[in-house]
Write a protein that binds this ligand. Structure first.
Ligand SMILES: *Cc1c(COP(=O)(O)O)cnc(C)c1O
Length: 365
């Protein structure tokens, strides 16, 4: 069979290793596995969300309300925007997919940071577009500006705070940059880690309402996968001006978010105490990993997210050796070798998990 030529060069997304793999390959009981590889909420999900989902199991045979009115109203109210400014996605990933397909044609250019979420260039590649990356590890908006002026990309991805490095941009810098971008260029502002960033430094917080009121060409994306503990439910959203949302709707499959996922997300928004407790714990525990790295003389990237990326160039083990050793012990971290870094990314866990991981790291590094 002849597949589309772009498929010849498209990589397959490499996800964090699942608990099931460690159970299968190393015979470790699942309750003993510590998975700090995919930036999930280590406390799980709010108990009110669990109750809501259990109650709603009877709705499984029915398609969801395809207008997603209740969810979108909750998102609109909590973000101070109109319902018409919101679109639900099967993960925020689906919003990236809508964004690329809505503007990109074969041969177009997409601008992104040197180290960033790998799905941006995969979605862009699916449309036949080419990705231009800055040569910076942390976001550097001067380099974005240089490449923007030279190449006039159709689409720009900004991720702040950014995965896999953890860097965040001050809001004022982002707005100064956006002020120079043509309204003909679509910008995706990925705010998957925004809550963590604002907890560390309020100057990094960008509100979707400000984006909607100031920039008709920018879509803000958010997710329930991280701070809300709903990674397994696959639910995210985009917030933008109505014209963008209308275009995205034309690309949307019917019932793109499951019944249980939309109910879970709507309920999760109500329990901000659960979110705030996690955010406080995350910052306290993140600082433990930073202190550890400093004590070992290992450079790390200051993180505004729920993970810490530690460079291992000066360590006894490479990132691959460390990753594989810990995997066999039932500790799953993220090896950043595929990002061209000899670095390990550790999702900040609960105190009991972090104690074990820090003990092992201390012994190995
Ligand atoms: C985890 C993550 C997301 C969220 O993806 P979902 O599809 O909503 O689960 C988005 N962007 C970045 C950079 C992430 O790390």
């Amino acid at each position: 069979m002849r597949f589309q030529p772009v498929l010849d060069t498209l990589p397959v997304y490499e996800a964090g290793k699942p608990i099931e793999l460690v159970v299968r390959e190393f015979g470790i009981p699942p309750e003993k596995v510590i998975k700090l590889a995919s930036n999930e909420n280590p406390y799980g999900v709010s108990s009110s969300v669990q109750a809501k989902v259990s109650e709603a199991l009877v709705k499984m045979p029915l398609y969801p309300d395809d207008s997603y009115r209740e969810l979108k109203e909750s998102l609109a109210v909590s973000n101070g925007v109109g319902v018409k400014n919101v679109i639900q996605g099967n993960g925020s990933d689906q919003i990236f997919d809508f964004a690329t397909r809505s503007v990109l044609e074969k041969g177009d250019l997409v601008l992104q940071n040197g180290k960033t979420f790998s799905m941006y260039s995969i979605y862009s590649g699916q449309c036949g577009a080419d990705t231009l990356s800055t040569d910076s590890t942390e976001h550097d908006l001067n380099r974005f500006s240089d490449l923007y002026k030279k190449h006039h990309p159709k689409l720009i991805f900004l991720c702040t705070p950014c995965n896999p490095i953890g860097d965040a941009l001050p809001k004022t810098d982002v707005f100064s940059f956006l002020d120079t971008i043509s309204p003909e260029t679509l910008v995706v502002l990925d705010g998957a880690y925004m809550d963590f960033g604002k907890t560390r430094d309020p100057k990094t917080e960008i509100l979707p309402a400000e984006i909607v009121s100031k920039y008709p060409n920018v879509v803000y994306t958010g997710t329930f996968s991280k701070v809300y503990g709903l990674g397994g439910m696959r639910i995210g959203y985009g917030i933008a001006n109505e014209e963008i949302i209308r275009a995205f709707y034309k690309l949307r499959p019917p019932f793109n978010v499951s019944q249980l996922s939309q109910l879970a997300a709507t309920e999760a928004l109500k329990d901000q105490d659960f979110v705030n407790q996690y955010l406080e714990s995350n910052l306290r525990e993140l600082e433990k990993y930073e202190t550890f790295s400093e004590s070992k003389g290992l450079p790390f990237f200051r993180s505004y997210a729920n993970f810490l990326t530690i460079r291992l160039d000066r360590a006894k083990l490479s990132s691959t050796e460390l990753f594989e050793t810990l995997l066999r012990e039932g500790i799953i971290l993220r090896n950043l070798k595929s990002y061209g870094l000899n670095a390990i990314r550790i999702t900040v866990g609960r105190p009991d998990q972090n104690r074990i991981v820090l003990d092992r790291l201390s012994a190995l590094l």
